[in-house]
Design a binder for this molecule. Structure first.
Ligand SMILES: [Zn+2]
Length: 294
C-alpha cells in the first residue's frame, strides 16, 4: 500500500464502487496511519434504506444491505462495522463510539437521528448518504479523528458544519491538549450553484445568513451555491477545505434527487486503514446511542 506524500497527493479513481477515492496521511502522537475516504456512485448501488424502489440495485432492503456489505468489502473493513445515522436535515452531531451502531446496516430503525457523525479515535468507519446535498468528510491530521456531515441547505444554514468542527476540536483538546489541530475537510460531489434553482425568496433568506451561497442557474434564475457556502463556513473556522468538483445533477455516475428523484443515495465514507476489526466500546465518550449534541 503506497502512502501519499501530502495532501496534494490526494488522487481519484473511478474504479470499484468509488467515483472518488483518496488517502490522507495522519500522524498521531503515537503512530502514523492512513485514513481513506471516498464517494460512491450509481455503480455501487443505492445505499439508503429510506429510498427503496429505484432501478439501480436498491429496490429492496436486502439489495441495500448487500450493496453496503460490498462497499465495506471494497473498503477492507468488517461487515456491519460502518456507522450510519437517520438523517433528518438537522444540525445535530453524534459520536460513533463503541458497538452501539456496529450493526447499523442491518437495523436502520435503531440508529440515532442526526446529520453528522464523529469517530474520535478514527476506528469506526463512517458513512453519510446524499443525492445533491453536500457530503463533507473531515480528518484531523493530528489525532486521527474522523467525521462525516450531511449538509443540505437547511443543515448548512443551521450550523451542522460548525457543530461538527466544534465536536472534533473538543475531541482534539481532550486527547492531546492541542489548541489548533490540523483539521481538513473535503466537500464531495453535490449539486452545483448553476443547477440548484430555488425561489428568489429562499435565496434571499439563505444569503442573508450565508452570502457566499448566492448564485444564478445556467438558465438565469435564482440559485444557491451550497458548496461555496460550505467552503466559506469551513474556511472561517480555520479548516483547510477542498472540493470534489462533480455536480450530481450533471454527472450521470451519481444519484441526484433533482434529476431523478427516488433513484437512490450514494455515500461519503471515511475509515482508517488496518483499524482493529471492531471498535472498543465506550472508550472515548460517555455519550450513548441517540444522544444529540448541539
Ligand atoms: Zn450542476
Amino acid at each position: 500500500m503506497s502512502h501519499p506524500t501530502g495532501p496534494e497527493a490526494v488522487g481519484t479513481t473511478a474504479s470499484g464502487p468509488f467515483v472518488h477515492l483518496a488517502s490522507v496521511p495522519v500522524s498521531t502522537p503515537n503512530e502514523a496511519r492512513t485514513v481513506r475516504f471516498g464517494f460512491t456512485g450509481v455503480a455501487a448501488g443505492n445505499l439508503a434504506f429510506h429510498v427503496l424502489g429505484g432501478p439501480d440495485g436498491g429496490g429492496t432492503e436486502a439489495e441495500v444491505a448487500r450493496s453496503r456489505r460490498a462497499l465495506e468489502s471494497a473498503m477492507g473493513v468488517a461487515a456491519g462495522s460502518t456507522a450510519y445515522v437517520r438523517q433528518v436535515h438537522s444540525a445535530d452531531v453524534v459520536d460513533a463510539t463503541g458497538h452501539a451502531w456496529g450493526g447499523a446496516a442491518a437495523s436502520p430503525g435503531g440508529q440515532a437521528e442526526a446529520d453528522a457523525l464523529v469517530s474520535h479515535d478514527g476506528m469506526t468507519p463512517l458513512a453519510i448518504m446524499v443525492a445533491d446535498c453536500l457530503p463533507v468528510v473531515f480528518v484531523d491530521e493530528s489525532t486521527g479523528a474522523t467525521a462525516v456531515a450531511h449538509a443540505g441547505r437547511r443543515g448548512l444554514l443551521d450550523g451542522v458544519l460548525q457543530n461538527t468542527v466544534a465536536r472534533l476540536r473538543r475531541s482534539a483538546q481532550a486527547q492531546s491538549g492541542a489548541c489548533s489541530p490540523t483539521l481538513r475537510a473535503w466537500i464531495g460531489p453535490s449539486i452545483c450553484g448553476a443547477c440548484y434553482e430555488v425561489p428568489e425568496k429562499l435565496r434571499r433568506e439563505s444569503v442573508r445568513i450565508l452570502p457566499e451561497a448566492e448564485a444564478v442557474t445556467s438558465w438565469g434564475t435564482p440559485a444557491l451555491d451550497l458548496r461555496a457556502g460550505a467552503q466559506a463556513v469551513l474556511s472561517r473556522l480555520g479548516v483547510e477545505v477542498e472540493r470534489v468538483e462533480a455536480c450530481t445533477r450533471e454527472d450521470q455516475r451519481l444519484f441526484s434527487h433533482r434529476r431523478a428523484p427516488g433513484r437512490g443515495r450514494f455515500v461519503g465514507v471515511v475509515w482508517t486503514e488496518h483499524a482493529p476489526r471492531t471498535s472498543p466500546p465506550g472508550t472515548r465518550s460517555k455519550s450513548a446511542e441517540g444522544t444529540a449534541h448541539r
